[in-house]
Design a protein around this ligand. Structure first.
Ligand SMILES: *Cc1c(COP(=O)(O)O)cnc(C)c1O
Length: 373
């Protein structure tokens, strides 16, 4: 009897290329037989969580014999106060990745479409393809544009039709670091029909400067706007997996139907709640990131490496030749960065801002790797 599991896979899932995460430190050390490696590959906060979140994690660990609060009441109350919205507008996720997938599950079917940009965050195609919906990718701005490789909202708008249920916009975007201004984003929201939900992914908003558009303020104006946020980046809680969506309550109600009953664990709920009160930790992390960006940009200039503008806690560089050998050269120095060939950028590397010492080590590893050809 022959068994062909591939033919059994749902058509949308069959074509999916699995997500490739940043290389874990333990894996590098096991494979290369080295120690004291650093990872600047997944845009994590090099300081981790602040003291309030750490204390909350320890306290919550004592209670994990019980299921978490499936409605996340305390965290939603705190988020509602922060954003000036009702708790009913909030959907908590096991990372914001989870809410992105819930959006796809709740709004996409095989006869609908979703739009995102070339070089946009890799989770959008994964979430869309799994539903069997048609993904439409808008060409990004060219490499010599004022916002190189950024989202082209006119090109994205041109792909929206009556079958389009979701548009994904990352602002700032990962892996490019590019961003969109308030006027262009608002114009896009105003011209996209309300039969299409526009998801603005603000995973890095804490790192942006004061003039940066905070789309969460526009939820009252645009019923088809969904804003996603995460505790994985500036809040330093990537390992716990917690993020959320802000939306019209009817959209939150739809997401709640596909949400797993206990999708956010008890430790994550407590840590995120405490992290919200630790503004000092976020401020310290953001300040260190800004200094780090200035520092590594000087280093890239010294090495003659092109770097792209960024509003995140990472910088994209163009190695002007295949980046994989450079990535591997850096691995041998114990420094993990992120190749982005899977995004169609085979000459580029995405580098997370670390501590001052980590940034210096990264620059030394890059210099070493560039000299080996
Ligand atoms: C890191 C990141 C996320 C957040 O992922 P989590 O699932 O919340 O850890 C979302 N969007 C973008 C663009 C990201 O880079």
């Amino acid at each position: 009897m022959s068994f062909d599991p591939t033919s059994l896979i749902a058509p949308g899932v069959r074509g999916i290329a699995p997500y490739v995460p940043g290389k874990p430190i333990e894996e590098l050390e096991r494979e290369y037989g080295i120690k004291d490696s650093i990872k600047l590959a997944s845009n994590e906060n090099p300081f981790g969580p602040g003291p309030r979140a750490r204390n909350a994690i320890a306290a919550a660990a004592a209670e994990i014999g019980l299921y978490p609060d499936g409605n996340g009441h305390a965290l939603k109350q705190a988020l509602a106060a922060k954003h000036g919205c009702s708790p009913g507008a909030i959907t908590l996720g096991n990372g914001s990745n989870d809410v992105l997938v819930m959006l796809a599950e709740a709004f996409l079917t095989a006869d609908t479409e979703a739009v995102y940009s070339q070089y946009a965050f890799a989770v959008y195609p994964l979430a869309v393809q799994a539903t069997g919906a048609t993904a439409r990718t808008a060409q990004a701005l060219p490499s010599d544009a004022s916002m190189p490789l950024g989202h082209d909202l006119d090109a994205m708008r041109a792909l929206v039709n009556e079958r389009t249920r979701l548009v994904f916009i990352a602002n700032p975007n990962n892996p490019t670091g590019t961003s969109l201004d308030a006027a262009s984003l608002r114009k896009f929201l105003a011209t996209v029909p309300t039969t299409t939900l526009v998801v603005v992914d603000e995973a890095y908003i804490e790192y942006t400067d004061a003039s940066f558009p905070d789309a969460s303020r526009w939820l009252g104006e645009f019923p088809h706007l969904v804003v996603t946020r995460t505790f994985s980046k500036a809040y330093g809680l990537a390992g716990l997996r917690v993020g959320y969506a802000l939306s019209h309550p009817a959209i939150a109600d739809a997401l709640n139907r596909v949400r797993q009953p206990f999708n956010v664990n008890a430790i994550a709920l407590a840590a995120a709640r405490a992290a919200l009160d630790d503004e000092a930790h976020v401020a310290k992390s953001v300040a260190a990131t800004r200094e780090g960006i200035a520092e590594i940009k000087r280093g890239f200039d010294r090495l003659g490496v092109r770097h792209f503008p960024t509003q995140g806690n990472f910088v994209l560089i163009d190695c002007a030749r295949p980046a994989l050998p450079i990535y591997e050269g850096m691995l041998r120095c114990g420094v993990i960065v992120r190749p982005v060939g899977n995004y169609g950028l085979p000459n580029h590397l995405r580098i997370t801002i670390g501590t001052e010492g980590q940034n210096q080590r990264m620059l030394a590893a890059l210099e070493q790797a560039l000299s080996q050809r």
